[in-house]
Design a protein around this ligand. Structure first.
Ligand code: CMP
Length: 138
């Protein structure tokens, strides 16, 4: 799975009308969309996805935000996918994100930051299988 990563386009990107532009940036950067689905997470599901952050002070806000509107979940493929995708999206805090990155262009704040990208091959596999099954054969 080292050539794959997992992303979510977050509710702020939909309410701001940026989801299409973001998907287009992802494809233009050379990522192949292996699997993709638009869905709306319940608070329970959002809490489960971000359980690793459950002790953090922002957890409640994160769960509320991620269940406040639709998301797109997708598995992406490219050489060096995890690192290259994190470069494309930029720093978690958009005020620290490099020019030209997705978060610099489209994120509002550290919470409403337009996109998620997995931080390791291991988490990419775990997060992808949260939304999709049988991906090993694709
Ligand atoms: P993401 O890459 O989806 O992974 C965890 C998310 O927690 C992160 O993006 C942010 O949206 C959110 N997050 C991290 N730090 C904060 C914070 N200080 N306040 C609110 N949300 C945060």
């Amino acid at each position: 799975m080292s050539n794959r990563t997992f992303t979510m386009i977050k509710p702020d990107a939909f309410s701001n009308g940026n989801s299409g532009d973001i998907l287009s940036m992802i494809e233009r950067a050379g990522f192949r969309i292996v699997a993709m689905k638009k869905t709306w997470l319940s608070a329970d599901k959002a809490g489960e996805f971000y359980a690793v952050h459950s002790a953090r002070p922002f957890y409640g806000e994160l769960v509320e935000f991620m269940s406040s509107g639709p998301i797109v979940a997708a598995i992406l493929e490219k050489d060096n996918a995890v690192a290259d995708f994190r470069k494309l999206i930029g720093a978690t805090d958009p005020s620290k994100a490099e020019e030209g990155t997705i978060r610099k262009l489209y994120a509002e704040s550290v919470g409403k930051n337009a996109v998620h990208g997995s931080d390791s091959d291991e988490n990419a596999a775990i997060e992808g299988s949260f939304f999709f099954s049988g991906m090993e054969q694709w």
